[in-house]
Design a protein. Structure first.
Length: 95
């Protein structure tokens, strides 16, 4: 169900790309890249049960750390700061 919803969200980008007048080639390129990224991600993660467990275990771990009485208030802001500022900053610095 979640996998279908994930692929289904790409329909929004495809619908948007179909009505763009300023730069339709780039719009279609981004929309199709999003679609194929989700399709290939589903094909890689879903069929093999052992591989399917990797994101599930990661989600369980993040939930347990967030619910921890001592670290629960510190972990979410640190995680958001790391994912949205530190990692993109490093990637931007490398590029």
């Amino acid at each position: 169900l979640t996998l279908g919803a994930n692929i289904g969200t790409t329909l929004t980008g495809i619908m948007s790309a179909s009505v763009v007048t300023s730069n339709p080639v780039n719009a279609w390129q981004v929309a199709l890249a999003h679609l194929f990224f989700n399709i290939f991600g589903t094909l890689i993660w879903y069929p093999i049960p052992k591989v399917r467990e990797i994101p599930l275990k990661g989600a369980r771990f993040l939930g347990k750390v967030t619910a921890h009485p001592q670290y629960g208030s510190l972990f979410p802001p640190a995680y958001v700061f790391t994912c949205f500022f530190i990692i993109p900053g490093i990637a931007y610095g490398i590029a």
